[in-house]
Design a protein around this ligand. Structure first.
Ligand SMILES: O=P(O)(O)OC[C@H]1O[C@H](OP(=O)(O)OP(=O)(O)O)[C@H](O)[C@@H]1O
Ligand SMILES: O=c1cc[nH]c(=O)[nH]1
Ligand SMILES: [Mg+2]
Length: 216
């Protein structure tokens, strides 16, 4: 994993498998079905690092041969929250890793001036004290990520319990996010170069939602 001296909470998962799969996703010739599958596989690889600090508890179990101690993920249920639409491509992968997690949804799209417009919030009750993994493949201006976290904070989630997971990020967006929410850890597969004049990430991979769902 790499870090960047400008962004203390940013973790860049740059494993060779991650770089290979992400580069394939960036290619414009990659069709939606492969794009979706790669996004899911990349989420496993990034998710492996995101969940590295999950607490374990020990129970005695019976193997076919004897008793032994087994370690299991401990504690209150995790909550996975995709930012719709594109985040759905990552929440599926996270759920494969943690099938008993609860799932919430926050629907946002980038409206005029790249300001996020919220159109859906459906969250599990009693979010307080739960560990939340918020996911969205793209962190461009950072405005959508900031707005999604604001929504969670209003529901009583503490910043220390939130982790944000993305695939591709722009320095402008990481800066905005870390200014707004300096306590929150960010995991990405890549910190790209910059935003273009339409606030798309360069080199990026285009519009993630459209590529996941084949809408353009
Ligand atoms: O950092 P930002 O500048 O806010 O941009 C990132 C947001 O833009 C994309 O969503 P989009 O608005 O395209 O919605 P979609 O997922 O429905 O396509 C992406 O999935 C993020 O949610
Ligand atoms: O490059 C970008 C920026 C925002 N949203 C995307 O899907 N892609
Ligand atoms: Mg989109």
């Amino acid at each position: 994993m790499k870090t960047d001296p400008r962004f203390p909470k940013l973790h860049i998962v740059d494993h060779p498998l991650v770089q290979h799969k992400l580069s394939t996703m960036r290619e414009k010739k990659t069709p939606s079905n492969s794009f979706r599958q790669l996004l899911r596989e990349l989420t496993y690889l990034i998710g492996y690092e995101v969940t590295r600090d999950l607490p374990l508890e020990t129970r005695t179990i019976d193997t076919p041969l004897c008793k032994c101690k087994g370690n299991f993920i401990k504690g209150k249920k995790l909550v996975i929250i995709p930012i719709l639409r594109a985040g759905l491509g990552m929440s599926e992968g996270l759920l494969d890793l943690m099938p008993s997690a609860r799932v919430g949804h926050i629907g946002l799209y980038r409206g005029p001036d790249h300001k996020p417009v919220e159109y859906l919030v459906k969250l599990p009750s009693k979010l307080e004290g739960r560990r939340v993994i918020l996911c969205d493949p793209m962190l461009a201006t950072g405005n959508s990520a900031v707005a999604a976290v604001d929504t969670l904070l209003k529901r009583g989630v503490k910043p220390k319990d939130i982790t944000f997971v993305a695939l591709v990020s722009a320095p402008e967006g990481v800066e905005t996010f870390q200014k707004a929410h300096p306590e929150i850890e960010l995991y990405v597969a890549s910190l790209d170069e910059k935003l273009d004049k339409n606030a798309y990430i360069l080199p990026g991979l285009g519009d993630a939602g459209d590529r996941v769902f084949g809408t353009k």
